[in-house]
Write a protein that binds this ligand. Structure first.
Ligand SMILES: Nc1ncnc2c1ncn2[C@@H]1O[C@H](COP(=O)(O)OP(=O)(O)O)[C@@H](O)[C@H]1O
Ligand SMILES: [Mg+2]
Length: 503
């Protein structure tokens, strides 16, 4: 049986297919500058081949997490597991033939290398009975098989390079087909690149990369000059699974979108300069991998600036004069629509932009077309809703104070702060790490802990543990404190869940 994976169209307009069986035997190297469309190409390949073959994706930037929704990949957050744990996970993924995305986002280079190596090692070492064919996709492969020693330890580099070499040189017998993408061919270890027999070459600017590409493809260097003229999403294909002669093709559309997609053009926000001064110059977000101790910022100063700039709270979304009743009724329907969007089980993990699109569609279906809040207003509603606050809180003075304090935090942290503030105001138990992570749109418990650390550094909260290891968070100045809560609790305290549902 031959399975043809449709990658897109040739520039002549014919379907451009890739032979899956041949690909399994002969591997693939994708190269192109950043933005040339490599990750998109990998996504197209993964989506088209998902029904036919098991897949594992080594994903340094969390780009491919969204495959899970449509294609059922298991997402493994590398940050939450030890190397040993990941090795075993790799073995088990093969035993049970489950497609996986190893999300390495948020780890430093050393840990990305170590953990990817452990997981790849697990895939490689599995018992002979389980050597079923499998695509192993590594995006930004130069991170895992660098041509020269970088800043990481020798040990990490050896582990990672060893795992990549195994994948590309000795994987075939074990059913592993390496598919690697890199933005800089010259930065990728030669022995790893040399094992691929299929190439998809995208837009390339640097002479040194062009020269390496020409060597690999057996082309004249002069011929490789044409890689400079390729457009985004255009690749030269060559190899037994693709084409016997260099063939220019356009990669087709994908069903899923990268989570971190390039921002689209949007109308500019209408904000005053003063307003923006407070936002742009607010305290910087925490360094994801290395929390640093910095002197506490001048909180009062920032609060004063924020207060001067704080936008009026309360949805001002309707232009035509309507009766107060009608207004209240519309607002209630908008709120209800928002709750419906947030009721989806994965709503906590989806980007604001995605949630907003869904919200707009639902509003239109509800006949609220003219009353749809804009994105800024939507963010505010989202923050309140995630914190379990109803519209009534918008008018409450103490809450205005809380929103003001929250405004020195980056947008995406404000909901977390409000959620904790709500618990503190009501004297409910402190939410656990999992609930905090979810309110932040993440699965990572470590990220939740870093968030709390950051808010503490900003002088917004004080965290304490009681004798039983339960956490108490006190809001600075307001002096509201949560009841002790188990940091390992899986869900929000029952009170807060009930309140969020009825908010
Ligand atoms: N063939 C294509 N069709 C439509 N959009 C594309 C195509 N290739 C790339 N893009 C878009 O261009 C942007 C950059 O592509 P990406 O795959 O992330 O580049 P790279 O991984 O090479 O840095 C993304 O927003 C992507 O969705
Ligand atoms: Mg990419």
């Amino acid at each position: 049986m031959t399975v043809a994976i449709e990658m897109g169209q040739t520039t002549a307009g014919a379907a451009a297919a890739m032979d899956l069986e041949e690909l399994l035997a002969t591997r693939l190297l994708v190269q192109g500058n950043s933005g040339s469309g490599k990750s998109h190409l990998l996504r197209r390949l993964l989506e088209q081949s998902a029904p036919w073959v098991q897949q594992a994706i080594i994903d340094p930037e969390g780009d491919f997490v969204s495959l899970a929704e449509h294609f059922g990949h298991l997402v493994i957050e590398a940050e939450d597991h030890t190397e040993r744990g990941l090795q075993v996970a790799g073995e088990r993924a093969r035993l049970h033939r489950v497609s996986t995305v190893l999300n390495l986002e948020g780890l430093d280079a050393e840990n990305q290398m170590r953990r990817a190596a452990a997981f790849l090692g697990g895939l490689f070492d599995v018992d002979r009975d389980h050597w079923y064919p499998m695509l192993v996709v590594v995006d930004e492969a130069q991170l895992f098989a660098p041509a020269v020693a970088g800043e990481v330890s020798d040990e990490a580099r050896k582990l990672s390079l060893g795992a990549m070499t195994n994948l590309m040189c000795r994987g075939r017998k074990r059913g592993l087909a390496g598919i690697i993408a890199t933005q800089r061919l010259a930065k990728l270890a030669k022995n790893v690149a040399a094992e691929a027999s299929n190439f998809l070459m995208g837009r390339t600017f640097l002479d040194i990369d062009m020269a390496r590409a020409a060597d690999l493809l057996g082309m004249e260097r002069r011929q490789a000059e044409s890689f400079r003229d390729l457009e985004r999403g255009q690749f030269m294909a060559l190899g037994p699974a693709l084409s016997r002669r260099p063939l220019r093709l356009n990669i087709g559309a994908t069903e899923t979108q990268p989570r971190n997609s390039t921002p689209r053009l949007m109308p500019m926000p209408e904000a005053t300069l003063e307003n923006m001064r407070a936002v742009i110059l607010a305290a910087p977000p925490p360094d994801a991998s290395r929390p640093q101790r910095r002197p506490a910022p001048d909180l009062l100063e920032q609060l004063r600036a924020a207060k001067a700039a704080a936008p009026e709270i309360g949805p001002e979304m309707i232009e035509v004069p309507v009766s107060a009743e009608e207004l209240a009724e519309r607002r209630e329907r908008v709120d209800r629509t928002l709750r419906a969007v947030l009721a989806a089980p994965d709503a906590g993990f989806r980007a604001v932009g995605v949630l907003y699109q869904e919200f707009v569609v639902r509003c239109r279906i509800e006949g609220l077309g003219s009353a749809v809040p804009d994105l800024t207003e939507f963010r505010r509603m989202l923050t309140r809703a995630r914190a379990g606050l109803g519209a009534e809180h918008a008018e409450d003075d103490a809450w205005q104070d809380v929103s003001l304090r929250a405004s020195i935090l980056p947008d995406d942290m404000q909901g977390v702060f409000m959620m904790i503030a709500r618990a503190a105001k009501e004297g409910w138990p402190c939410p656990g790490d999992a609930a905090i992570a979810r309110a932040y749109g993440s699965h990572s418990l470590r990220r939740a802990q870093r968030l709390l650390g950051y808010m503490e550094e900003q002088g917004l909260i004080v965290c304490q543990l009681d004798g039983a290891g339960r956490r108490i968070v006190t809001l600075v100045e307001l002096a509201w404190a949560t009841a002790p809560g188990d940091p390992n609790a899986d869900d929000l305290p029952a009170e807060q869940v009930a309140s969020a549902a009825s908010a």
